[in-house]
Design a protein around this ligand. Structure first.
Ligand code: AMP
Length: 536
């Protein structure tokens, strides 16, 4: 790769960058005066039609660094039916929707057709938008290929291709899809390529598909922000130990805690922890890849708007989301991939604010902690003594104690008994967790099916929780849309299941169809992960 490296210089104003008056006016209206380093470094080259390799994380202003020059360049020419002029590939639905929001915000003075092709929503609307002719096509790779296979999309009119969050695409098993897509687009295109880190597979991809790119690197990807206080918190390794550790931490931080994202490694843990927090009356929501799109967006909006104080999330669902002003990040699990730690804690301490992150650590996590410390180049302090002082619990109740803040409900005795059942199974599942290396949520179908069976035995407390939740939130989701398609994001979370595309008999789909039969509290609007546990 012949590459010309520039140091990202901060230009004084946006008007120094060569953007069109329409774009400048929208940027001014957005209240931005100074371009960020990635914007200052990338925009002038992107406007000249050069390929750009941007090494930058979310939170650096990288979205505008491709949206603004694209808008300027799109002012000439118009779209033709089924032949989009530009294509932006994003790894998750949320990121794709965020990019669409950016095009709407900065493109308010343009009359551009924008189409968003993501899973979890019906094909029909998307087909109509393609038919009308899209100036801007934003897509996740699986859904894009689905449209192409249906013959509804031609990629030979694409003038600008953006590949965003490339390292995340790699984690999610999307690289073969990306290669296929790149080969479908004319070689004369301009390519803008962004990645927070540059593992060898990504470097190879850039060598294959970028032409003499300008490399713009704005900060070391694997550095943790210095305005975040980071602590490790010792815990016993059983799920109920960890849940108790988390609850105690949250209570201790109460005065400073505005809102928190709580990260788990797998979606089954997201579901379990979410239910447990609700049981203890924490104002929590959950975000993972098995939820249908509308429920995910609604959950996120509730958290952003302050309607929810806690958001339990998986990496896949939360990566790259722009949620400003999160005061705390709790790692309920130590991330298996050290880079995920940097991304997780980067959800707090944004835009120069201070933030706090607590990582719950058990005896079996030491090698992952070592890897994180090597990556960030510093030792993380222990909050209250290291693991040598952990006292293993003998299985205390994971149900709210009577008298202190949690009134005893009818059926409490049953609940306690069932909690013990859940604990036992949770402990057994944990053992297998070590084997899962690549995709943090890859084995979810098997585990979720197991959880499904267990949950049927524990119907009373869960139904109770779900009903309470339903009264608190009117979360809307669309069963019909979920049934119709959501394969492109859920598949990678289970591992690379691309060959199964179109397979209506795969376990996840069967499970959802069965689960539609009986729901509690939400009727047809219940999020998918609750559906798993709320049969009556
Ligand atoms: P991104 O890295 O694209 O996710 O952007 C992170 C945040 O920075 C978003 O909330 C943007 O709206 C904001 N932002 C983008 N560009 C600027 C800028 N030049 N000045 C201040 N904030 C910005």
């Amino acid at each position: 790769m012949s590459s010309d490296t520039t140091t990202a210089q901060e230009a004084l104003t946006f008007s120094d960058l060569g953007l069109s008056p329409k774009v400048l006016s929208a940027v001014t209206d957005a209240g931005y005066t100074q371009p960020t380093p990635i914007q200052a470094g990338a925009i002038p080259h992107a406007l000249l039609g050069k390929d750009v390799l941007g090494i930058a994380q979310t939170g650096t202003g990288k979205t505008a660094s491709f949206v603004l020059p694209m808008l300027t360049r799109l002012e000439k020419g118009r779209a033709r039916a089924r032949m989009p002029r530009t294509l932006i590939l994003e790894p998750t639905r949320e990121l794709a929707a965020q990019v669409e929001e950016n095009f709407i915000k900065y493109g308010k003075n343009h009359k551009l057709n924008i189409a968003l092709l993501i899973g979890g929503v019906s094909f029909d609307e998307q087909d109509k938008k393609l038919e009308r002719g899209a100036d801007v096509l934003i897509a996740t790779p699986g859904r894009l290929l689905d449209h192409r296979e249906r013959g509804k999309l031609l990629l030979n009119g694409v003038e600008i291709l953006v590949i965003d969050e490339a390292d995340r695409m790699l984690d999610m098993g999307f690289i073969p899809d990306i290669e296929r897509i790149c080969e479908m687009i004319p070689f004369t295109r301009q390519t803008l390529f962004f990645s927070a880190t540059m593992p060898p597979e990504i470097t190879k991809l850039t060598e294959k598909f970028l032409h003499a790119p300008v490399r713009v690197e704005v900060s070391k990807a694997a550095s943790a922000a210095t305005n975040i206080i980071q602590r490790l918190v010792k815990s016993g390794s059983k799920p109920w130990d960890k849940r108790e550790t988390l609850r105690n931490l949250i209570k201790a931080e109460d005065a400073e805690l505005k809102n928190a994202i709580i990260f788990c490694n797998r979606k089954v843990e997201v579901s379990e922890l979410f239910r447990s927090l609700l049981k203890y009356d924490f104002d929590a929501g959950a975000l993972h890849g098995d939820m249908d799109q509308r429920a995910r967006m609604q959950m996120l909006a509730n958290f952003r708007d302050g309607k929810l104080r806690y958001l339990v999330a998986s990496d896949v669902a939360a990566r790259g989301l722009d949620i400003p002003d999160v005061s705390h990040v709790f790692n309920y699990d130590v991330p298996i991939h050290a880079e995920d730690y940097v991304h997780r804690i980067g959800r707090t301490g944004r835009a120069g604010r201070s933030g706090k992150s607590f990582t719950i650590a058990t005896m079996s996590d030491t090698k992952y902690i070592d890897a994180i410390e090597r990556l960030i180049g510093t030792e993380i302090e222990w909050h209250d003594g290291d693991l040598s002082t952990v006292v293993a619990s003998e299985g205390e109740d994971d149900a709210p104690r009577r008298g202190k803040g949690a009134p005893r409900r009818a059926g409490r005795k049953d609940d306690d008994r069932k909690d013990r059942g859940e604990r036992k199974d949770g402990g057994e599942r944990k053992k297998g967790g070590e084997r899962r290396a690549r995709h943090s949520e890859e084995d979810a179908p098997a585990v979720a099916a197991q959880q499904h069976e267990q949950s049927n035995a524990a119907e009373t407390p869960v139904a109770d929780v779900v009903e309470r939740r339903a009264r608190k939130d009117a979360i809307r989701s669309e069963n019909t849309e979920r049934k119709s398609s959501d394969r492109n994001e859920r598949a990678p979370e289970r591992g690379d299941t691309r060959p199964q595309r179109g397979d209506n008999n795969r376990p996840g789909r069967q499970r959802h169809q069965e689960d539609n039969d009986a729901t509690v509290g939400f009727g047809d609007d219940m999020p998918a992960f609750m559906r798993i546990v709320a049969k009556v």
